[in-house]
Design a binder for this molecule. Structure first.
Ligand code: ATP
Length: 275
C-alpha cells in the first residue's frame, strides 16, 4: 500500500457486454453495457497539502501524463471548483498498475477514485450520485467507476442501474501489449456493419485496427473450462471467465508461458470493489 492519509482503490472496469448505437446529433454514440469491476486496479492516496500535486509510481506510470492532463488532476480541479475548495490542495499518489488505453477504463477509474478520495479528504459530503454527476462531465465511464460495482450503464454513461450482487467470477485478463485509441475504434465502428449478435459491438472494429486482438480471443477460447470470452470496452484487453479459480490460475500460467510479452492477470470480477 502506498503511503498517505486516505486510500482509494481504483478497480479495473470490465464490460461484460457492450451495445453501441449510431452516432447521435450530440456527437456521441449511445451505449448499453453490463459492467463489473475486478479486484485488481490502480491505488491512490490523498494527503492534506496547500497545493494540488500528483506523484506517479507503478509499472505503467510512464505511460500516463504526469501533469495537468492526467485525469486525476482534472477530476480534482473540477471537484474543487464545484465545492468551493479552489484554494485547498492535496498531495495525491497514483500507483499505476493498469495498462493504459487498454479498454479497462484506467483513467476513468482513477478519476472516480479521486472524486471519492477528495470528497473524504476535503469533507465535502457529496453523495455517490452527486460525484457521478460531476464525473460525467469528464468522461462517460466515470459515473460507473464512482459506484465500482456490478451495474448497467446506458446513454452517454450517465444512466446507471445498480445490479444485485452475484458471486465473483474467476477471470483471466489479457492485453497483448498494445494501446488502442477509443476514438479510432468508434471511427472504425461508424464505417462498418456490425453483427447485432456481437456481445461487444466494438470488437470487430478493434480487430480490424489491431488484428492481434483476434489472436488473444482465439487463445482464450482454446483454454480448458473457459466460460465467457470477450473483449472489454474498445480493447485491446480481453478476458475469459472460468468455472473455478484453479482453472483460471492454470489458464493464466499457460497463457503467460506461451505468450511472454502479453500482460496476463488472474483476477476476480463482479465483487463490489470500490471503497
Ligand atoms: P476506456 O475503457 O474508458 O475507453 P481505456 O482503458 O481504453 O479507457 P485509459 O487507460 O483511460 O483508456 O487511457 C485513455 C487516455 O487517457 C490515454 O491516452 C491516457 O494518456 C489518458 N490518461 C489521462 N490520465 C490517465 C490516467 N490517470 N490513467 C490512464 N490514462 C490516463
Amino acid at each position: 500500500m502506498i503511503s498517505g492519509f486516505i486510500h482509494e482503490f481504483a478497480p479495473a472496469k470490465i464490460n461484460l457486454s457492450l451495445a453501441v448505437g449510431p452516432l447521435g446529433k450530440d456527437g456521441f454514440h449511445p451505449i448499453d453495457s453490463l459492467v463489473a469491476f475486478a479486484d485488481f486496479g490502480d491505488e491512490l492516496s490523498f494527503a492534506p497539502a496547500r497545493e494540488l500535486t500528483l506523484h506517479l509510481s507503478g509499472p505503467f506510470a510512464q505511460h500516463v501524463p504526469s501533469g495537468h492532463d492526467n485525469l486525476v488532476l482534472r477530476a480534482a480541479r473540477v471537484l474543487a471548483a464545484k465545492t468551493g475548495k479552489i484554494d485547498t490542495g492535496a498531495e495525491i499518489h497514483l500507483c499505476k498498475n493498469l495498462p493504459v488505453a487498454s479498454g479497462m477504463g484506467g483513467g476513468s477509474t482513477d478519476a472516480a477514485a479521486t472524486l471519492r478520495g477528495l470528497n473524504r479528504l476535503w469533507d465535502t459530503g457529496l453523495s455517490a450520485a452527486e460525484l457521478a454527476r460531476i464525473g460525467a462531465e469528464l468522461g462517460s465511464d466515470i459515473p460507473a467507476c464512482v459506484y465500482g460495482q456490478r451495474l448497467r450503464m446506458c446513454g452517454r454513461g450517465e444512466q446507471i442501474y445498480i445490479l444485485d450482487a452475484q458471486p465473483a467470477l474467476a477471470t483471466v485478463l489479457v492485453n497483448p501489449g498494445i494501446s488502442i485509441s477509443t476514438a479510432a475504434v468508434f471511427a472504425q465502428f461508424d464505417q462498418m456493419q456490425i453483427n447485432p449478435l456481437d456481445s461487444n459491438a466494438l470488437c470487430a472494429p478493434a480487430i480490424l485496427l489491431a488484428p492481434v486482438i483476434g489472436d488473444v480471443l482465439s487463445a482464450l477460447r482454446a483454454l480448458p473450462l473457459h466460460q465467457l470470452v470477450q473483449m472489454s470496452g474498445s480493447g485491446a484487453t480481453c478476458f475469459a471467465s472460468f468455472e473455478t479459480e484453479t482453472a483460471a490460475k492454470k489458464a493464466a500460467q499457460n497463457l503467460q508461458q506461451a505468450h511472454p510479452k502479453w500482460w496476463v492477470k488472474q483476477v476476480q470480477i463482479g465483487a463490489n470493489t470500490a471503497d
